[in-house]
Design a protein around this ligand. Structure first.
Ligand code: AAT
Length: 274
């Protein structure tokens, strides 16, 4: 993830270490980042900055949809995305499919600040492969959020064009998808291939960025695709006041941050227009 480079932090204690059926799972307690979840050697989230990723992958698609009543989350075994999606005032039902029950179990034990998402009454949690799950659902969801690990191991299929085609058919009319899509600093090929796939399947598609200092390069983004060709991603249909930000306990997302997330550096625009 860091070609020729390293990223280090001080570990106070290894809280948990195991090899599940799908991946190596490691939970650390650290001096400066709080609790950290690592899968197959890659940081998935840290207590210090997880909110940036979880709020953005959730509220970017939710606030572009006129009525996001039923939401599907793929991955997200720490519970952080469920925690955010459950806050949205129009969301009535959340379905989540995570492949690794061990990630859920470990998060409930060591990462309660995220796993609190699993306590939502709106949520139905399934253990299974998101790709397989998608094959059995049609015209059912308003928004599908793919909070997946990077395209190595169990998440490879979630970056492929047939997965985006399956998501399209699992959406209701005017539905929206949002998927983790890598960093433009180190994985421009992944960003551009995921966006191309999304553009092939959806009439409107874009890449939005956020800042997560403990991910490689400190930057990560999402591809967002909509079946509604009138959607303007940088003009959210639901906007939040300062009071909403405080009462919903938002720490990164705001309506202004939403609009800005679609403004990309020139070298990125140049690459993505190719
Ligand atoms: N909330 C930020 C954390 C994650 S975790 C990604 C989750 O996706 C993991 O729990 C993993 O078990 C799950 N997953 C992987 N493949 C599948 C699949 N095929 N079906 C369902 N769930 C899956 C994301 C971190 C992003 C890191 C960026 N560098």
């Amino acid at each position: 993830m860091w070609p020729g480079g390293t990223f280090s932090f001080e570990v106070k204690e290894v809280l948990h270490k195991e090899k599940s059926k799908y991946q190596d799972i490691l939970v650390l307690d650290t001096t400066s980042l709080g609790r950290v979840l690592v899968l197959d050697g890659i940081i998935q989230c840290t207590q210090k900055d997880e909110f940036s990723y979880q709020e953005m992958i959730s509220f970017l698609p939710l606030c572009c949809h006129k009525n996001p009543e039923k939401v599907l989350i793929v991955g997200g075994g720490d519970g952080g995305v469920a925690r955010e999606v459950a806050k949205h005032p129009l969301v009535k039902e959340i379905v989540q499919v995570e492949i690794d029950d061990k990630v859920i179990e470990v998060s409930k034990k060591y990462l309660p600040f995220m796993a609190v998402g699993f306590e939502s009454k709106k949520l139905k949690l399934h253990v299974g492969d998101g790709f397989e799950f998608m094959k059995n659902h049609s015209q059912e969801f308003d928004v599908i959020i793919t909070d997946s690990s990077d395209p190595v191991g169990p998440a490879v299929s979630l970056f492929q064009e047939n997965y985006f085609a399956l998501m399209k058919s699992a959406l209701k009319p005017n539905g929206i998808v949002c998927s983790q899509a890598g960093t433009y600093w180190y994985s421009m090929d992944l960003v551009s291939s995921t966006l191309k796939i999304c553009k092939n399947q959806f009439p409107k598609a874009a890449y939005a960025t956020t800042s997560v200092p403990t991910y490689p390069s400190g930057q990560i983004g999402f591809v967002i695709g909509s079946l509604d060709s009138d959607v303007q991603f940088d003009k959210p249909t639901l906007t939040f006041s300062r009071q909403d930000e405080l009462s919903m306990n938002l720490r990164y997302y705001s309506t202004d941050v939403h609009k800005a997330a679609f403004a990309l550096p020139t070298f990125v625009k140049n690459e993505l227009e190719k």
